[in-house]
Design a protein around this ligand. Sequence first.
Ligand code: MOS
Length: 744
Amino acid sequence: MTTYIGTDTSRVDGRPKVTGAAKYAAEFNTAGLAHASVVTSTIAKGRIALIDASEALSVAGVIDVLTHQNRPSMAAADSAYKDDLAPDGAPFRPLYDDRIWFSDQPIAVVVAEESEIARFAASLVRVQYDKEAHITDLHRQRNAAFALKSPANPVENPFAPPKPRGTAEPALAAAEVRHSAEYFVPIEHHNPMELYASTVIFEGDGKLTVYDKTQGVQNVQRYLCGVLEMEPDDVRVISPFVGGAFGSGLRPQYNVVLAALAARALKRSVRLVLTRQQMYGLGYRPAMIQQIELGANAGGTLDAITHDAVTVTSQYEDFYRQETGWSGLLYKSAHAKYAHKLARLDLATSCDMRCPSAATAVYALECAMDELAVALKLDPLELRLRCYSDRDQHGDRPYSSKSLRDCYRRGAEAFGWARRNPEPRSMRDGADLVGWGMATGVWEALQVPIAVRIVLTANGHAEVSCATSDIGTGTYTIMAQVAAEMLGLPLDNVTIKLGDSTLPQSPVEGGSWIAASVSNGIVTTAGAVREELLRLSKQMPNSPLADATPDEVGLADGKLVSERDASRSVSIADAMRHGAVDRIEQEKLTTFADDGSHAHNTHSAVFAEVKVDEQLGVIRVTRIVSAVAAGRILNTKTARSQIIGGVVWGIGMALHEETVVDHKFGRIMNANIAEYHVPVNADVHDIQVIFVDEPDDIVNPLGIKGLGEIGIVGVAAAIANAIYHATGKRVRDLPITLDKLVRD
Ligand code: MOS
């Protein structure tokens, strides 16, 4: 039997992607397609006093201009606008009324025969506003932020700060060594390569087929039905390929509403593609101020941790994730206390962005741990080992698996950490100061209920379908690998269908939970297929499997084989022929019961080398070693790519990424990827990824933990710590740009 799980299988969709055969939301065509362009607000808060579309309408080729005044009807209740990931509050309603909640909010849609015409005409729509005073500066709004309550039972609200343990204040006061500091992470935007786009096909009977860029087709389908008050059968959402999303596509975006409204108004198919600038009017990683205090004894173990965060949300929804709890989880400490406040700003609602909460909280924690190590005169890795926790500190329970010690050991070896001179500014390479820093990463190993359908045909071909997405992570590929292995078929005989709301149910692809969920889902459904084949085999005269039970047969090389006696087998073709069927179809829902007795997390150890030009402060990240413990690795090639991608994100977070808001106007100043800096090839040097063994037979039958997000966690801290080691200067507000380094 061929093994596919755990191999470095190339992407099954690689060829269509590089040849352009893979179609994205804005690439689906139909006869008579109209093109829409969005007009956005230039003020951050107030009301629309007047929209004059006459000039736009006079342009040849313009079909219509939709505003809140002439759009088709939309649902009245907030509940209709709540998608699967909507936080508390009243969701934004695109084109609903005259209220302006944030700058670059959509306020009109121009529809034309050509996209260029629509875009030009959009520039001619004149708008007058009744402005109101706005606030977009977190530092100014900090004192007006309101506190989130810790629920008595974390199941009620996993995103609220956890309950404290012990008595942190007296423990801090009594600690022999203390470190306290404030860390800042700015607003960041996801900037996926593919722009948000929707192509809405207006079917003859008024039904809509919607090609949309999203991380969850069924989430968008339900949302559209709610907003447009349509029946489930009348809206189908399809998204076979996604050109990156990183959390920005978890919630439906306004483009899909506007395109659907335009299609219904015109009774015509409509495509709407956002501009790069308009992408900055969507969600973002919330800016946050984090205050961390650590108390340790001179021996290098922690007594107390406090972690306070202030994060950004909009005026209309309360988006937050559990920022603060990571600190109390990761290291052994008898006392821990958390506080989280939300600051309302006149911006769109913040949202999930790759490893939401951990990427930012662990940045602050791991810089603080580095600073504590300096205060203790202890090697930073040694401090982590002394504070190592084998148990989940929140629930005082074991992990289903935790190979973080191996990550530290193997990462340090590969990096050469033992050769580090602890003294800042002590290592040099010509004109450059050299710095070595490290940090820990942690994320959750989540899994979600998911349904998978398998259709196996007598010719030994399987079609495996599920409504999940492949946001570029490699879902098509790992699904094909697991199905091929479970069904005993060559990889090429497996076809994967996903990204279609009519397929078996799946939640959004996010939280690194789909790989574990869908692969175990395939195991469940493949088991049902095998049972059906066995039932048919037993009906054959003199069946070699007459007395076999379902758990002692497996599928290999197109045959159902007894695992007790490999000479007893029945080919798939024979079983189906005798049973007079030409296909077996099974669909099963897989759920992941969790009795709460174990914690499930992924971990990493990140080691970074930077070289800093002493005169100019220019920073290069010359080496990163990331050692990851994430259960059994499904595909070593795509997994490695995920971690490399995460590391590159970490470099951007440390050195480049920052959405700059002009607070006077409440507008984003760098709403483009020329001035919003991300790492480019010249910024990315040597990245080594190590997967440590982490067998786990508790988390799920295959022992899979997701790893789409763990790659970013800890990277920014490792780099910040390396910069301190190189220069002796501690910069606590990201990104660490050269001006902050050379400033006294
Ligand atoms: Mo991820 S931020 O859950 O797409």
